[in-house]
Design a protein around this ligand. Structure first.
Ligand SMILES: [Zn+2]
Length: 365
């Protein structure tokens, strides 16, 4: 192994985003197979089912079968769908829906050794272009991050579809994407220090910076536009930041303190927020841990507040001091991504950083 390690990214071969592009699905699918199988969640699929089927039929590659029963992305569900699709001689898998549906579809495609295509119906996740599937139990307990040999061959994002999902999804996606600009540089620095086998690419670091500036410039406008039912340039820019840029930026590893803080906080039963919202709070904690300039922290905090992302503990839910201590300890678990920070972080440091965020958040409100 050379001392400089290996730089590696796994990317989708094609990314198509725009208003109404769902009608192009069939002509894209036809380039990869003739027997498409659709994997979806029931509610999300009901909104696009007619258009998906019509586009595939018009292109001469009608749906062989579909499974819209994905609730959680579990190994049992992946195996069950893969067995059925295998019997049907499926040669391309289309995942349609949120993170759980597309993750299930990608894992099914991997099992069958056929290409995966993802068609997101909302923006809470950047899972669509990633070469992994996050596996849960039936009752939503994390099992593993299953690494796949390749990313989907196509990510098709119809902005008319994703902009019609509840606006909170877009905000959650922005919260998660925000983390890429902070966690990836921290991860990259720690990998360099460790002379680790896997090193971040310059390209990913650069894309993350651009992702951050797009979120800062267009985030609030995009939320307002989606609330008003409009697909504007700001909406397009933010959707790209979430779906393409943050996926590219995180690809190949890249979580650090923000996701570790999320993983710690989610052991508390009273936490009432979603993944991207808690991660955004974790970004604020990471910024304090990194001793970033106060003006920089306040800028991100104001942005979070303007979007309705949590900036104080009370925004996250019911938390007592004992639970907070347990969460800080969990965040520093050696198997978690806190170990990707370029300096050692203790539970005490996490608690102090949370207290500092609390102080700043209260002063801002
Ligand atoms: Zn995340």
């Amino acid at each position: 192994m050379p001392e400089s390690g290996v730089r590696r990214v796994i990317l989708p071969a094609r990314y198509v985003q725009g208003s109404g592009v769902l009608s192009q699905l069939g002509s894209h699918v036809r380039q990869y197979g003739t027997r498409p199988f659709v994997v979806a969640g029931r509610t999300s699929f009901s909104k696009v089912k007619a258009r998906v089927q019509a586009s595939l039929l018009a292109a001469g590659v009608p749906v062989v079968a579909y499974d819209d029963s994905v609730g959680e992305c579990t190994m049992a569900k992946i195996n069950e769908i893969a067995a059925r699709a295998d019997e049907l001689d499926v040669d391309v898998v289309v995942g349609c829906g949120g993170g759980k549906a597309v993750d299930t579809a990608k894992a099914v495609a991997e099992k069958l050794h056929v290409p995966a295509i993802t068609v997101p119906t909302q923006c809470a996740t950047n899972a669509d272009g990633m070469a992994d599937a996050v596996i849960f139990t039936e009752d939503h307990r994390f099992v593993q991050d299953l690494y796949l040999s390749r990313a989907p061959v196509l990510v098709l994002v119809d902005t008319d579809v994703v902009a019609r999902a509840p606006p909170q999804y877009l905000v959650q996606g922005m919260g998660d994407a925000l983390a890429s600009a902070f966690e990836k540089p921290a991860y990259a620095a720690s990998q360099r220090m460790k002379k680790a086998a896997d090193q971040a690419t310059e390209a990913a670091l650069e894309v993350n910076l651009r992702c951050f500036s797009v979120l800062m410039a267009h985030g609030l406008q995009a939320k307002k536009d989606v609330e008003a039912g409009k697909v504007t340039d700001s909406v397009e820019a933010v959707v790209e930041a979430i779906k393409l840029m943050s996926g590219f930026g995180f690809g190949g590893g890249g979580c650090a303190a923000a996701h570790a803080v999320h993983n710690g906080l989610t052991i508390i039963p009273g936490i009432a927020r979603k993944h991207g919202e808690i991660v955004a709070y974790g970004v604020l904690v990471q910024m304090v841990l990194e001793k970033r300039q106060m003006g920089e922290i306040e800028r991100v905090m104001r942005w979070c507040k303007s979007l309705g992302l949590p900036t104080r503990l009370r925004d996250l839910g019911e938390i007592d001091r004992g639970q907070l201590l347990a969460a800080a300890e969990k965040a520093c678990d050696p198997t978690d991504s806190m170990s990707s920070m370029p300096f050692a972080v203790t539970p005490r440091m996490v608690l102090e950083a949370i207290e500092e965020v609390e102080r700043l958040g209260t002063a801002l409100s």
